[in-house]
Ligand binder design. Structure first.
Ligand code: SF4
Length: 93
């Protein structure tokens, strides 16, 4: 019975230490991303079709914010005015 208690205690301590270490590492190595990328991803259709020349909507949003890609490359989004929404997001900040 005593071995069972020690085993449970040891596993509990190891689990807590691992969780604490992962939490600290997540904070320390956190990558800050421009919030406009997430906003642009939300207004894009999300079809991930690649017609804009990027491998998906997220890659296109990154290219707009980080590389200054033009705002009207999303073919499926043209009907719903995505480029105007992207213009607004890029003007805001
Ligand atoms: S064309 Fe539009 S829907 Fe297709 S991957 Fe590019 S941003 Fe996404």
């Amino acid at each position: 019975m005593q071995i069972l208690i020690y085993t449970v205690l040891l596993l509990g301590v190891m689990g807590f230490a691992t969780g604490l270490g992962l939490s600290i590492a997540a904070k320390k190595f956190e990558v800050k991303e421009d919030p406009r990328i997430e906003e642009i991803v939300k207004v894009l259709p999300g079809a991930n079709c690649g017609m804009c020349g990027y491998p998906g909507c997220s890659a296109y949003a990154h290219a707009i914010v980080e590389k200054g890609a033009v705002h009207n490359l999303c073919v499926p989004g043209k009907k719903v005015g995505v480029s105007a929404k992207i213009d607004e997001i890029m003007k805001e900040k």
